[in-house]
Design a protein around this ligand. Sequence first.
Ligand code: MN
Length: 233
Amino acid sequence: MRIALFSDVHGNLVALEAVMLEIQRLSGESLIDYIYCLGDVLFGHSGGDAVMNLLDRHHVQIIRGNHDDDLVPVEVLGEDKAGLILRVHDWMKANVSPANLELLAKAPIMETVRLEDGRRLCLFHSNPADLWDMVNGQDPDGADLIRVFGPIEAEVIAYGHYHREHVMSFNEKLLINVASVDSFVREVKDHFARFTLLTSLPDRLVIQRHAVAYDKRRQSRMNRALHSPFFFE
Ligand SMILES: [Mn+2]
């Protein structure tokens, strides 16, 4: 069984197109059974309904991220960011169909898949108990890992949110940050869209990370043309 996982598209249609083309190509070599987007689908670039249509066309299953929720916890983000966050939300309400916004707000917070070796793969955006939790960072400390991942009843856990890929083991659990499709908001900004491919076999799990080059300036031009309040690089 093969599962493609990506996260944090943030409305970057050009990056998502590059990822979907590569997933399609890999699927031609050997079938990919499931494709999951682990949240933060919109909010950011001007992809909007085109991003949603592309995901739908490829039967991508969506898990809800913090930015897919319609709540804006200003106290969590701080007053300085609140103005921009609200402007982006206003832009989304004016430019994305209500049906797609509702679809995101109602997407499941967590899914579990049974792997070929009998282990459970649990998928969510960040912390299923609190979508705004930043626990999945580059170097989360042990207490945070116990707090968030301890209660999860699965041997393999995959998530996004922090826009930076990693694979680590913790208390018998395998933790995978599947990385972000969008590359504008990574710590190290570049022009690669990223996803993770899991190949589940009866005796092992193979984890492959993929980075696909995309035209970042084309996405910037689209943002400008569509008056997105965010990402005018
Ligand atoms: Mn997030």
